[in-house]
Design a protein around this ligand. Structure first.
Ligand code: DGY
Length: 319
């Protein structure tokens, strides 16, 4: 029997892929770069499944012209995919929820701590041989414990961040499209309006998915509403933030600092004005990037592909 043809748009470790080869005919783009559009176009009509990354924008044109029955996105977010067109064209879309929740919450908290305690700056300081003496306010940061964190977007990862915040004796506020009584019970988080969250949080953490509604929700007005001592942390999606407004807020002391793992345009260029600011801590979209978690994400994609190409229901459909 013919094995279903799967195109994976990056080289994945053979030890992850090998167990699937007896059921799937797997072709991987062999360069660790976004697959060129013309290569994807050339193959899209001759595959049963596609495993894309966030770097692949799959639009209506793709879905109208693909033979794939499933697109298994290697990410929990799926704003790179025209899900409506996939649905119209009968293509199942899956993502990778749950397996990356704790890992992404770890990075979110690490970024918050790094930003507040100036760890990256301190590392440069010592490695550049600038540490000549102890001084009372040398690289003084801001406390984390017993402060207020406001989580915007209380999904699985938001909840995992709230649990970590509890361990630091923080007061946890959240704002979400709807209240989450279970999360409130489990984490002690308190639901407030977005305005109240922005006005009262010492740390504002963006965990909301990117949609038309959340486009630039962190804009001039939002940053002006925050305390001038507040820190803004984003490990969700860069386009939820108007980066010009963020830059203005950081340069004009409207907020104290920020920690960013995601950007409006990725990869962000090193010359971007935001990266030139001392009060910006930045990482290159590594929220879920541990070997264990990335392996689990890859396996989940391939499990979804195996199931859907065998006529079974997917484990983690995007609904
Ligand atoms: C996701 O899964 O959506 C992350 O942003 C990529 O790791």
């Amino acid at each position: 029997m013919r094995k279903p043809k799967v195109l994976i748009t990056r080289p994945l470790p053979e030890e992850v892929v090998a167990p699937y080869r007896d059921r799937l005919d797997i072709d991987m783009y062999d360069i660790d770069q976004p697959i060129p559009e013309e290569k994807l176009k050339a193959k899209r009509g001759d595959i049963d499944a596609l495993v894309p990354m966030l770097s692949e924008k799959l639009d209506d044109d793709f879905f109208r012209n693909t033979s794939a029955k499933i697109v298994a996105n290697l990410a929990v977010g799926f704003d790179n995919i025209d899900v409506e067109s996939a649905r119209k064209n009968g293509v199942t879309v899956t993502n990778t929820p749950d397996v990356l929740t704790e890992t992404t919450a770890d990075l979110t908290f690490a970024l918050l701590m790094n930003t507040a305690r100036r760890i990256s700056e301190a590392e440069h300081y010592i490695k550049e041989d600038r540490w000549k003496q102890w001084s009372p306010l040398q690289l003084a940061g801001t406390d984390i414990h017993h402060k207020t964190v406001g989580i915007v977007g209380m999904g699985r990862i938001g909840e995992a961040v709230a649990k970590r915040a509890g361990g630091f004796s923080m007061d946890v506020l959240y704002h979400n499209r709807s209240r989450k009584p279970e999360a409130e019970e489990q984490t002690g988080a308190r639901y407030v309006s977005l305005d109240e969250l922005l006005q009262t949080s010492d740390y504002v953490v963006c965990m909301t998915p990117y949609t038309e509604e959340t486009h630039h929700m962190f804009n001039d007005e939002a940053f002006r509403t925050m305390k001038d001592t507040a820190y803004f942390i984003n490990t969700s999606r860069g386009k939820t933030v108007d980066e010009k407004a963020l830059q203005h807020a950081l340069e004009n002391g409207e907020i104290r600092g920020c920690g960013l793992d995601v950007f409006e345009e990725e990869p962000i260029s090193a010359n971007h004005p935001l990266l030139g600011l001392k009060n910006v801590t930045a990482t290159p979209h590594i929220g879920s990037s541990t070997t264990e978690t990335r392996y689990r994400m890859m396996q989940l994609c391939l499990d979804n592909v195996t199931r859907v190409t065998a006529g079974e229901s997917p484990l983690t459909p995007v609904t």
